[in-house]
Design a protein around this ligand. Structure first.
Ligand SMILES: [Zn+2]
Length: 94
């Protein structure tokens, strides 16, 4: 028996999302966003802050560099990158 490829990416964590009161988008989409609590707010592995409107975007799966996200509240398209501090952040595509 040979081992499995060690270079394969680990499976992503998945998350159950629920509506936690973000009311700036249609009800169907509310669970994908939450309000930011400010600089002390810690992002979960499936969350990232929109740099444009400062709303937290939530995904059903773990967010990784290269992921593209859409921020419905401000209609920005974002791509996830690793910042200088090693934390995930986003660049705005348009
Ligand atoms: Zn936004």
């Amino acid at each position: 028996m040979t081992g499995t490829a060690a270079t394969e990416e680990a499976p992503r964590l998945t998350f159950e999302l629920e509506d936690i009161g973000f009311n700036e988008v249609p009800k169907k989409w509310r669970k994908f966003y939450r309000y930011w609590d400010g600089p002390g707010d810690v992002m979960a592995p499936n969350e990232i802050l929109c740099p444009v409107c400062k709303v937290v975007i939530r995904s059903k799966r773990e967010i990784r560099p290269g992921d593209r996200l859409y921020c419905m509240p401000c209609m920005s398209r974002l791509v996830v990158v690793t910042g200088d501090d090693g934390e995930l952040t986003t660049d705005v595509l348009y």
